[in-house]
Design a protein. Structure first.
Length: 308
């Protein structure tokens, strides 16, 4: 097992063979998994929010280097408290992902290793190759705490590598890639060099809109909220997107729309701007709000909204 400090690069593999494999990014909610994925890919494909449950679906990101191709799977934060159908679906997704990957990045926050972190760690199969990723080291005021903290966490499990980094600042992320490369199996690339995700534009549109709901509604936002893309049409360089925001109660609908419709207008406008950057073309985005009571605890409703 190796440790890679912020100042010491990892040794790459001496093997000249090309490597390719699936890497799961797991951790409790809000440790920075989506931020890490976006940083690794070099482009935003997974939504980022300070609220738990932001990432509900598997989002696959692809990084192709000269000697390796990483297919990253950004899992939902494993839910240890809430037990509705939505959270059961999210936890099933985590378990399914872990059973079918070549490598696991287990992400925690620097200086913080909680019972919830331990619960997530316990879900990772004993046979899995695991790199401990200690994120948010830039927020650790006393850097002398880092080594004792690493000693504390390594008692919970044997890690193949330990890499402290800052996903938000981009510090030491390249070290993580170098450390992980020799741990992938020798294989040919699974995707073209310029591909960054296997998710459809339709799916990405729903995720970007959902992020704006999380960001702009702030503490008002109930967790019983989802986005359904009802129509997605491409005409040349123009995309016409019709989206419904699904909420649980009439009061939630009023929150999303805001006074005089201003809140929904701003959410739609900011989502459209980001989607135009992502798709490199014009986007016509129409958004409205629908009430589906109890959808987060209704298995049929979850399936209709694309949850596994």
């Amino acid at each position: 097992m190796n440790e890679h400090t912020l100042d010491s690069p990892a040794d790459g593999s001496s093997d000249d063979a090309f490597r390719a494999g699936f890497v799961a990014i797991v951790g409790r909610p809000n440790v920075g998994k989506s931020t890490l994925l976006n940083r690794l890919i070099g482009q935003k494909i997974s939504i980022v929010s300070s609220k738990a449950q932001t990432t509900r679906h598997r989002v696959t990101g692809i990084l192709t280097e000269a000697d390796a191709q990483f297919v990253f799977v950004d899992t939902p934060g494993f839910q240890t408290h809430h037990r509705n159908a939505l959270n059961r679906s999210m936890n099933r997704t985590v378990s399914q992902v872990l059973a079918d990957v070549d490598l696991v990045f287990f992400v925690i926050e620097a200086g913080r290793f909680t019972d919830d972190d331990r619960k997530v760690l316990s879900v990772i199969p004993e046979t899995s190759k695991v790199i401990l990723v200690i994120n948010k080291v830039d927020q650790l005021k006393d850097k002398a705490r880092l080594l004792p903290f690493i000693d504390q966490v390594r008692q919970a499990r044997e890690f193949i590598e330990i890499v402290p980094l800052s996903a938000e600042k981009g510090r030491n992320v390249d070290t993580l890639v170098k450390a992980a490369t020799p741990l992938l199996p020798v294989a040919t690339p699974m995707f073209e060099e310029d591909e960054i995700t296997d998710r459809s534009e339709r799916f990405l549109a729903s995720e970007f809109l959902r992020e704006k709901l999380f960001r702009l509604l702030g503490d008002e936002l109930p967790y019983g909220i989802a986005v359904e893309i009802e129509k997605f049409e491409v005409e040349g360089n123009l995309r016409r997107i019709h989206a419904a925001v699904i909420v649980d109660k009439p009061g939630h609908k009023a929150m999303v729309i805001g006074k005089g419709g201003e809140k929904l207008k701003r959410i739609s406008s900011e989502a459209r701007v980001e989607l135009e950057k992502l798709f490199d073309g014009k986007v016509f985005l129409e958004v409205w709000v629908k009430i589906k009571s109890g959808w987060a605890d209704d298995e049929r409703a979850l399936k209709s909204l694309g949850y596994e």
